[in-house]
Design a protein around this ligand. Structure first.
Ligand SMILES: NC(=O)c1ccc[n+]([C@@H]2O[C@H](COP(=O)([O-])OP(=O)(O)OC[C@H]3O[C@@H](n4cnc5c(N)ncnc54)[C@H](OP(=O)(O)O)[C@@H]3O)[C@@H](O)[C@H]2O)c1
Length: 375
């Protein structure tokens, strides 16, 4: 192969990786918009401008990077993590900014998944005589914006199922008592995962057993508070549970079909949003639709056994993370990670692809994507 081409593709990859890295700086700060990072490289091959999109600052990553580069951008290459938009929204089209800056080449891994704009940005750039290169680090760019992509492609929030468990697949001790299984680094990791999401969801029994606060304690800034959701048809959530008493810090939604109007009113009086429907929390597509309406783009399902099983049975899971601690609980009545109906044939089991295994102290994180989903 021509060594020049090899060198070009490696530096393309390095600059494309930098654009993705810049985009990632805004995790927690842009939803429901996408994460976008941009690098401007001069004709001589050095970085002359960088930008990250931060929703509330409005200016797009491409414009920030082009402004930094100034006149030196002329004849240069722009690396951007998601297709530049070509429509007049709150800001003028980024395609126009790229054309006006005299950019010669745009390297961008993936199209915008929004069907209203998808492909249009690339088309506009090509029509203006700009070379457009796609596909470099496409997998990384898709993972970066997996929540935004699912939101547009499936018309519902991205569902990430996360459970902490023992080596023998139990999520608490016998008799279902509140148990923190993960070590310090594992728990820190959980907060980083929470930070990536718009909402966190549990079942009514977990409220009773664990009385969790379900907050993002990653220490990182977030644009919108993490919304806490409980599926609770019997309305086991009591007025003194932490997710009710701390509702001013983080909103709480309860899905129920309880006919106990006095209980519903009492919880509502504490500013908890109670969403009533015929099936309540049992209608998972209905729950996700309600979250979509509220612009909740991603939801982290944190258990317990029955709620996790219901999401798996319904195949409403886009990503799975198990945080496995090196302990063996044993016994007959310690809750398993996943309940529900389960699979009676191996071919019906949820099989994961693109597995990543990471250590957090003594805990092992296994993350993967259900086969057939988002492939
Ligand atoms: N290690 C971990 O990561 C972790 C995380 C969370 C919990 N846990 C543990 O898990 C245990 C609790 O698990 P669990 O299975 O008893 O309870 P759960 O999954 O927290 O809650 C189950 C209850 O949720 C309600 N629900 C509403 N909609 C539902 C739906 N679509 N599917 C299923 N349930 C729905 C049902 O009660 P209604 O009929 O009243 O609606 C059901 O009985 C506790 O021991 C807790 O400590 C561990």
């Amino acid at each position: 192969m021509n060594p020049e081409i090899v060198q070009n593709s490696t530096s393309d990859e390095a600059f494309a990786a930098r654009a993705i890295e810049l985009a990632r700086c805004a995790v927690g700060l842009v939803s429901p918009n996408p994460l976008v990072g941009c690098v401007v490289v001069s004709a001589s091959g050095s970085i002359i401008g960088e930008g990250t999109y931060l929703k509330d600052n409005v200016t797009h990553a491409e414009v920030i990077a082009l402004e930094e580069a100034g006149e030196k951008a002329r004849g240069g290459t722009v690396f951007v993590s998601l297709e530049p938009h070509d429509h007049h929204g709150k800001t003028p089209p980024c395609t126009e900014a790229l054309i006006n800056a005299g950019i010669k080449r745009v390297v961008c891994p993936i199209e915008d998944p929004n069907p209203l704009v998808s492909g249009k940005g690339f088309e506009r750039l090509r029509n203006a005589g700009i070379e457009v290169v796609t596909g470099i680090l496409a997998e990384e760019a898709s993972k970066l914006n997996e929540k935004f992509i699912t939101w547009h492609k499936k018309g519902r929030p991205f569902v990430h199922l996360k459970l902490a468990m023992s080596l023998d697949g139990r999520i608490s001790l016998g008799g279902s008592v509140s148990t923190a299984l993960s070590g310090e680094l594992g728990r820190k990791r959980v907060h980083d995962i929470r930070h990536e999401h718009d909402a966190i969801l549990i079942g009514g029994n977990t409220v009773v057993v664990d009385n969790p606060s379900l907050t993002d304690r990653s220490g990182k800034m977030r644009r919108r508070p993490l919304v806490r959701i409980v599926l609770d048809n019997r309305l086991q959530t009591t007025l003194d549970s932490t997710i009710v008493t701390s509702v001013n810090a983080s909103p709480t939604l309860v899905f129920t079909n309880s006919r106990d109007a006095a209980k519903v009113d009492a919880i509502r009086a504490r500013d908890v949003d109670v969403i009533e429907s015929e099936l309540g929390g049992r209608d998972l597509p209905g729950v996700l639709e309600e979250l979509r309406i509220r612009e909740i783009q991603s939801v982290l399902v944190e258990g317990g056994t029955e709620v996790a099983g219901a999401f798996v049975d319904a195949r409403l899971v886009d990503k799975v993370t198990f945080l496995i601690s090196p302990i063996v609980i044993g016994g007959r009545n310690a809750p398993h990670a996943i309940g529900g109906m389960g699979a009676s044939e191996l071919m019906d089991a949820l099989r994961l692809r693109d597995i990543e295994i990471t250590r957090h102290g003594d805990d092992i994180e296994v993350t993967g994507y259900p086969m057939g989903e988002n492939e």
